[in-house]
Write a protein that binds this ligand. Sequence first.
Ligand code: FES
Length: 116
Amino acid sequence: MNNLKSDKSWVEVANYDDLPVNSGKTVRFKEKELAIFRLTSGKILAIENRCPHKDGVLAEGIVSGEYVFCPLHDRKIDLSSGLVQKPDTGCVTTFDVYVENGKVYIALLEKSEIAS
Ligand code: FES
């Protein structure tokens, strides 16, 4: 993992091959809850698991391309940027993802959080 960004602390969260294609998986680490998505392109993206509207569980949403539709009221969220698409507004936190040797790692902590 020498090429991982050293300012972050990476946590192994899944085996790449175990992730369902085009649907979300909930991952919990300490107080954080994330939704990770393996897209048909093979890309893995990770976002906060709660919709900014009324806390819909985004891991249960429908995936289309690089977007997820919230299962509660269908808001469309860009999985890369976390931005809720117009005409709605809002944003969810996104997380850096790294895949190495079939393992999926997510940057869940800044190094500064560990030090404090
Ligand atoms: S809770 Fe997600 S759109 Fe309403």
